[in-house]
Design a protein around this ligand. Structure first.
Ligand SMILES: C[S@@+](CC[C@H](N)C(=O)[O-])C[C@H]1O[C@@H](n2cnc3c(N)ncnc32)[C@H](O)[C@@H]1O
Length: 309
């Protein structure tokens, strides 16, 4: 019989201790692979851990983060009385004379229709409801196009025998490609005649005494109105429908809303506007503790109402 050449400790091990050693090795092996697996697992990017996706509305609870997005351009110390609103626009924007004088000039006549109106939700009941409720002396429309909603408001104020002045703020450029659907709005040397057709529509409806255009971008126009001390009892927002445009317009317009006035606008419900108009309105209402009402497709913020939710 061959001599056992294993070391003494091994030679003396009982079957139980052999079993134990194998079991321990197995456990160590399992633990080791588990640890290695854990260490080699890629952890999620740091940013995701620190900033889980959160609704934009959570920002409203940390106002300092939103301060950079507030409008701070200077405004007049006191508002102009309503009867000075039109004279101020005529003076500041139109060199002191009415833009309707001698309109249309002969070279334009053949390019314009006697009347060409097209709007979107421009005859909704909301206009009558709000004009009846607010009895506005001054209305500002932000986004006018051919004047459908502005001229509808003229009709409503006439029916109610109100002496309301309406300012229509629009750059009257439409949007890139709008002539695909409005080929009949003519273009001369690259200049689309939207402003001129709007003017013609106002003349057709005999409304030159109560409607004045303010033909600038909404951002620069609203800032200037604020600087000149022009305020309104009722402001309609219906220009750019992306979040940033709607957010800017609502914030700037709110600064020129008479205390207790109403600001409202179109496109609260269309699907695309869940990303734009509706989100801007909701965030603005939350930040300013205002209650959102809806009327047809329109959103309404009535600053005379306390929030009840
Ligand atoms: C939907 S249309 C307005 C329709 C009008 N409220 C109606 O119901 O008849 C939008 C208008 O906003 C104007 N607009 C869009 N963005 C603008 C901006 N940043 N500055 C000035 N006007 C703008 C366009 O020129 C267009 O005439």
């Amino acid at each position: 019989m061959k001599e056992d050449q294993r070391p003494l400790q091994q030679r003396n091990k009982s079957p139980t201790s052999k079993l134990f050693t194998r079991g321990a090795a197995y456990v160590v092996l399992v633990l080791l692979s588990y640890t290695l697996g854990y260490l080699s697992h890629t952890s999620p990017p740091q940013q995701q851990q620190l900033q889980p996706p959160s609704p934009v509305f959570q920002l409203a609870d940390s106002p300092s983060q939103l301060d950079n997005f507030r409008v701070t351009a200077p405004c007049a110390n006191s508002p102009l009385p309503p009867h000075l609103v039109f004279p101020t626009i005529l003076d500041r924007v139109f060199n002191g004379s009415s833009p309707y004088s001698n309109f249309p000039p002969p070279y334009l006549s053949s390019f314009l229709k006697q009347k060409r109106i097209k709007g979107w939700g421009s005859y909704g009941a909301v206009f009558q409801h709000l004009i009846k409720r607010v009895k506005p002396q001054v209305i500002i429309e932000v986004g006018t196009f051919l004047g459908a909603s502005a001229l509808h408001m003229v009709n409503v104020t006439r029916e109610l025998r109100l002496q309301t002045q309406i300012l229509c703020l629009d750059d009257f450029r439409g949007w890139p490609g709008f002539r695909d659907r409005f080929k009949d709005i003519k273009m001369i040397n690259g200049d689309v005649l939207l402003f001129q057709q709007f003017m013609q529509n106002v003349i057709y409806f005999n409304a030159t005494g109560s409607v004045l255009p303010v033909p600038f971008s909404t951002a620069s126009g609203l800032e200037k109105l604020c600087e000149w001390g022009i305020t309104a009892d009722l402001i309609e927002i219906d220009a750019g429908h992306d979040f940033i445009s709607a957010w800017g317009d609502i914030n700037r317009a709110y600064r020129i809303l008479r205390p207790g006035g109403v600001i409202f606008g179109h496109d609260y419900f269309t699907m695309a506007d869940n990303r734009g108009v509706r989100r801007a309105v909701n965030l603005f209402a939350q930040m300013n503790n205002l209650k959102i009402q809806t009327d047809g497709q329109h959103w309404v913020l009535d600053t005379s109402l306390a929030k009840h939710n």
